[in-house]
Design a protein around this ligand. Sequence first.
Ligand code: GCW
Length: 673
Amino acid sequence: AEDGYDLWLRYHPLSAAQKADLPSSVYAEEGDATLRVAADEVTRALAAIRGEPVVRTSGAAPRAILLGTANTPRVAALKLPLASLGEEGYLLRTATVHGQPTTVIAANRPVGVLYGAFALIRRMQLGQPLSGLDIVDRPRVKLRILNHWDNLDRSVERGYSGQSIWDWWRLPDAKDPRYIDYARANASVGINGTVLNNVNAKAESLTAPYLAKAAAVADMLRPYGIKVYLSARFSAPIELGGLKTADPLDPAVRAWWKAKADEIYRTIPDFGGFLVKANSEGQPGPRDYHRTHADGANALAAAVAPHGGIVMWRAFVYAETDPEDRAKQAYTEFKPVDGKFADNVLVQVKNGAIDFQPREPFHPLFGAMPKTPMMVEFQITKEYLGFSTHLVYLGSLFAETLNADTFAKGRGSTVAKVVDGSLDGHRLSGIAGVANIGNDRNWSGSVFDQANWYAFGRFAWNPGADPQAIAAEWAGLTFTPDPAFVRPVTQMMMRSRQAAVDYMTPLGLAHLMATGHHYGPGPWVSDLSRPEWNPTYYHRAGADGIGFDRTRTGSNAVAQYAAPVARRFADPDKTGEDLLLWFHHLSWDRRMADGSTLWDTLVRRYDRGVASVDAMRGQWDALRPFVGSERWQHTASFLGVQAREARWWRDASIAYFQSVSRRPLPPGTAAPP
Ligand code: GCW
């Protein structure tokens, strides 16, 4: 369909030349639900791509695709080197089976076969040859999880693509077939877990009726290797259990969680575990009882441990009272409890220390808690990046965080290595993404926002992935593999995130969005009840200059980083333009590397952002012949909105900052109307 429903799983006929060498039959060793869906998917894709029916056999056949595991006889007989593939890896290989050239998808476990099937399908969709295959791949991160901020009334916190896809009213009886397509899409990029409900959780989601609904979803996702998790409200023992306290060290509270976990596992035998937001933005938590975050996490962890469950405990906390620097609080509260968490707890840390801004330095907790498995949490939904209207490819943002060097154990201690567990040798590892999925026909609100879901999955599988290669892959699958299309569209995607940074929050500025909804500019806002809600708290613009001093003369947040990083961030000449005003308060007249003043550079960055969006529009216009009319039109109209709003951002921001800086606009820049 041209409406975007098929996502990147568009199985279209290839040209006669391209499909000449494709297999014509699928030979699956079944008996397992996951192997069956893998074989179904390959059959479906192959038939569509060849434009002819595909033979499904249970014996050897010419030009076949053979799927199986180390435990199914035909694949076992091939004696393939599967040992290094682990639980979820796969091998694609061209082999001879019964004298016939055969494309083999093999793995230790059925889920690996499923991932291998999707990898093979990608190759077919992109028209890449299947001959002489010898590919092995396995995920570097164990838990690759979507976080739905979906409420039980189907509204979605920070969701811009319709309502929740979870139809709680009609579940568990009505099983929307869309859940299967959701599972296919996620499995195709290796996502293996989903938290169904908002971290701002209602206790109700843990009651029997909701557990039955969650179980129905779990049943549908299970064959695709996806486990269901739930956000838990810390005070549930009070709200549901009638207890007087939720103190995590109180025996009655611990018994309540244990009984609740037992009940959940009776309903969902492979339940993944809990995600918890505690003592943050009004949510209850262990600090209410003067206990630590570790005490809180461990109470829930003890309840799920006998069943093999885990707890993902979020580090997104900030004070109720005037904080010296909001960016410092998570580190201050969590660093001292490193080593105190049960071994089935992971601490889930946002990519940056504030809140999913267009650009933030990596969170100082990465590398700072070597005894605790640390997950990174990215926001796929674009709360601070123009919702689903602005075209912003997040692959570059993910890569920027993951490639950042924490120097925790010397050079090369990247966030990716912290997160995949290799730096400190953790058994558990995980990456979470706040989903951008809703019940819009195109799932994500816009076609290009599908790329962010796709990229999240690919980075969770391999945190060292190349954002440009992923963009190209996505574009090839979603539209056409024609290089005349893929090259320019990839370039457009790769510049899109910097464009948004430039027209919203250039030079390391942050949190200048309008109040509450976070859409559009509001750098002048200064009268909100909590100081750290005000944009003026973040930019600190005054007659003397602009920026947040996080060096020793200011909040000294730089000291939370390992020494080499702290030294770099403490020096405005070494910080780099991208993060300059995040760490420094500087005079409007300060000379930048190229000799121009900070003020002039700021104005020019806003202008550059607008110019980039105009260029993206031009590129998209030129790509019209490659794209089905509906998706082209939809994207073109959104780019029109973005071009208008980039100007809104620029003009409003410059007008405000100029009222403070009292400097003239540099020559050649657009004056606000
Ligand atoms: O980004 C902020 C959002 C809140 C969100 C919170 C969080 C779920 O504005 O809507 O609440 O972060 O991450 O907990």
